[in-house]
Write a new protein. Sequence first.
Length: 352
Amino acid sequence: MSSTHGGLNYKALKEAGINPDRVVDFSVSINPEPLPDEVYEAFRSAPIERYPDSSSFALKQEIAAAYDLPVEEIMVVNGTSQAVFLLAGAYLKEGTPWLLAGPTYSEYADACRLYSDNMIRIDSTEEEGFRPPVEKLIACLKKDRPALLWLCSPNNPTGSVLDEENFHRLRLTALETGTIFILDEAYRCFLPEPLQYSTDHPGVVNLRSMTKDFSIPGLRLGYVRADRTVLEKLTPRQPEWSVSAPAQGAGIAALKKLSYFRETWRRVTEQTEAFRREVEKAGYATYPTGSNFFLVKVPDLKKLKEALWKDYILVRDCASFGLNNIMRLGTGSEEDNARLIAIIKEEREQCI
């Protein structure tokens, strides 16, 4: 009953006669904390009787002020997925090589294949704890000089994090080879502060998801931080009025409540680690994470998914990432987390 990227498949639920409100969805990785009233009020009061600002200028000003960035190096997008397709179209043509650090979000490859089938994919491995394959990526950059390097940190679905030293190694190598280094930081807000570092450097394109930061997936909102030369290539490709007035208004309101959200990110980070430990206590192997989700190794995932679905609990099967019998769990409320733990513990005991 999930969609390709996790989340609910509303058509399938309707055909099965299931109210979506009954489903407890661990297949997504969204901040489970409540939205401030100010954010609700902002999108409810948005001026929908006129076209939105195509440049999202007021929102760009708020982003620049909140994160100390030049407003000229910010582009607001209809979710970071829009940015992925804009970048692929701007830099690829048939035969152009591009490099993917996998296993990762499938939209990078989907977007690039519209323009070039010349993919070079280098995967991290389960045996190495899914750590980013930095040495292999650097070797590939030097040998093949791809137009684009796609890397997500914390990575979806593995939760692995690119450390600062290796970030700079990749960044400097990409500058030497003329490669655009695209660093998707959609889940950065859930990364513990000691692991955060500045990624605002020439030649790096940062993707940031306000959907994830502020738990507003229904509004589709994100931004690109990049050199002006990059944005000059992307801006003409973005359709007019891509970002709705309600989305822009909610984004501005959320940024004004940044201290509230920072506190929720801290709590969710702690809850994620507690949740992961409870899953391990229930008898399942898990993997360290830098985000609000983590991977779980399951002996028979098909059987476990069926048991969970009897209680309308949905998890993310990672087979689409090439990871068999591994599921990704996004942190939910403490009540929902406990509900899932009780079921998977019972299933595990039955297998022993």
